[in-house]
Write a protein that binds this ligand. Structure first.
Ligand code: ZN
Length: 487
């Protein structure tokens, strides 16, 4: 659930430490001036500390503990000293959260004149708002929550999954693949090794990318589709089968299976050892790029960018982010472990949000040569990032794929010498979310754009399955195509 309740917060925060300082100071009968003198700080600094507005270094904590005749453990005790402290800490926490920020209310300081009952009421209203947000779109919300959890897990692992790398290695050894691009015939050999025949058909059910007939050891694939895409679909089908995926029970299952199957497919197309060696050499020459990975393994830019995030932290020691954005600027897929702040909704979800117009992920659409590789530095509220973006096209239209990192790490990348630099102050509305005032004056009330309704806006996934797969069509398809043998 969403962490606004105090019990969720395990460790000490600047505010819990501040409250312990105040409790001990009052217990010792010290004024802020006296405590300030004891540690060589102005009285105003003591107030800043007690209000949790500054992170303390270990040396300062020790001096404070000594001056208060207390231990470090006393100061680091995360339990609020009193009921009032608990309320004030929780009030501060909800004001730091995305829901409160979305309300655009002024910050509310917990002054002495603010009664406990008022704080309790605000906390109760906030909890109810969270609950309503969660319920309002129960079904998509469940998917998005599962997705947000999954992303946190990926971040924790630096998007690197050793088990899946090991599976990929075993499978490639089994077909005696010696590195380099995995050809379509090598993928077919892999399918054969796993006991599958491939069948290319015209009438694959429209809700599927491929259908595996486990009864007869067959994988059905569409005849349409380009070579690279077709190889990926086949690898994903193989990966699902190798990983023993069953029909997903819920969105969490569905999304985890998709992440695992995509990961394994990527690790098969771009084997860890050869890809990491290649990237290591490029880093040594300060010439890292996603496009070289793409070209060396004959994959799409998106597949290469995604694979780059698997290997960047584990093998190159670089924190990175990945962003896939539609031509209208809406996020469809993200990953980060470099602290980049993606736009988020009041519940902290990123997919479906629109990214800043100043970001490279959107600027790449503005260029005349939109299918080349684009590089940009962006000054963001929490620091400068370097990003590289490329536009790709699929059946749903154009989208951009971006990989980026903090300024300090840009020195390893090709394209670091770009002179393109943009400034983003999002989520401040003045950055790019509101029309320029002079244009608003000119056009407010005098324009009537006709919206293109996104078909997924109204179409909730059919209730009978989490995947949207039409099982009636799939079973009829399998029956029709099954080999005519007596069983
Ligand atoms: Zn912006």
């Amino acid at each position: 659930m969403h962490g606004t309740r105090l019990e969720d917060e395990a460790g000490p925060t600047p505010l819990t430490i501040g409250r312990q300082v105040r409790r001990l100071r009052l217990a010792r009968g010290l004024t802020v001036q006296q405590l300030g003198e004891a540690i060589g700080r102005a009285a105003s600094q003591i107030s800043v500390i007690e209000n949790g507005r500054r992170e303390l270094r270990v040396g300062e904590l020790k001096r404070l503990a000594e001056a208060l005749d207390a231990t470090l453990d006393d100061l680091l005790d995360p339990r609020p000293p009193s009921r009032r402290d608990a309320l004030e800490i929780e009030l501060a926490q909800i004001q730091d959260g995305p829901l409160y920020a979305s309300l655009e209310l002024p910050a509310l300081a917990a002054r002495k004149s603010l009664p406990d009952a008022a704080i309790e009421t605000i906390l109760a209203l906030h909890a109810e708002l969270v609950r309503l947000h969660e319920r309002r779109a129960a079904t998509p919300e469940e998917a998005r929550r599962a997705n947000t959890e999954l992303r946190a897990d990926q971040r924790e692992r630096h998007n690197y999954y050793p088990d899946l790398e090991a599976r990929a290695r075993e499978l490639l050894e089994a077909i005696d693949h010696r590195g380099g691009p995995l050809s379509h015939s090598a993928v077919s050999r892999l399918a054969g090794h796993l006991g599958f025949d491939l069948h290319y058909v015209h009438d694959l059910p429209v809700t599927t990318r491929s259908v595996t007939d486990a009864r007869h050891g067959r994988i059905y694939l569409p005849i349409r589709g380009s070579g690279g895409g077709r190889r990926l679909v086949l690898l994903q089908a193989i990966a699902g089968s190798v990983l023993g995926h069953e029909e997903p029970r819920d969105y969490g299952d569905l999304l985890r299976q998709r992440v695992e199957a995509n990961y394994l497919a990527g690790a098969l197309m771009m084997p860890e050892q050869s890809a990491a060696e290649m990237l290591g050499r490029a880093k040594a020459e300060r010439d890292l790029s996603v496009e070289d990975l793409r070209d060396a393994f004959a994959v799409s830019y998106e597949a290469a960018a995604h694979r780059f995030t698997n290997l960047a932290t584990e093998h190159l020691g670089l924190p990175v982010h990945f962003l896939k954005v539609s031509a209208s600027g809406v996020v469809t897929k993200v990953y980060e472990n470099d602290g980049v702040k993606f736009p988020q909704d009041p519940l902290g979800h990123v997919e479906g949000q629109r990214v800043c117009r100043q970001w490279s992920a959107r600027q790449v659409f503005e260029r005349s040569d939109r299918y080349g590789i684009y590089h940009q530095y962006t000054d963001k509220p929490n620091g400068t990032y370097w990003c590289t973006s490329a536009v790709q096209t699929d059946t749903t239209g154009d989208f951009s794929v971006s990989v980026g990192t903090q300024y300090a790490h840009s020195k390893w990348f090709r394209g670091r010498d770009t002179t393109t630099r943009r400034y983003s102050s999002c989520p401040e509305p003045a950055c790019c979310k509101a029309p320029r005032p002079e244009l608003a004056t000119r056009w407010d009330g005098l324009s009537l754009p006709s919206a293109r309704i996104n078909s997924s806006l109204l179409a909730a996934t059919p209730a009978e399955s989490a995947t949207g797969i039409d099982r009636v069509a799939v079973y009829e398809f399998l029956q029709e195509h099954a080999p005519a043998v007596i069983e």
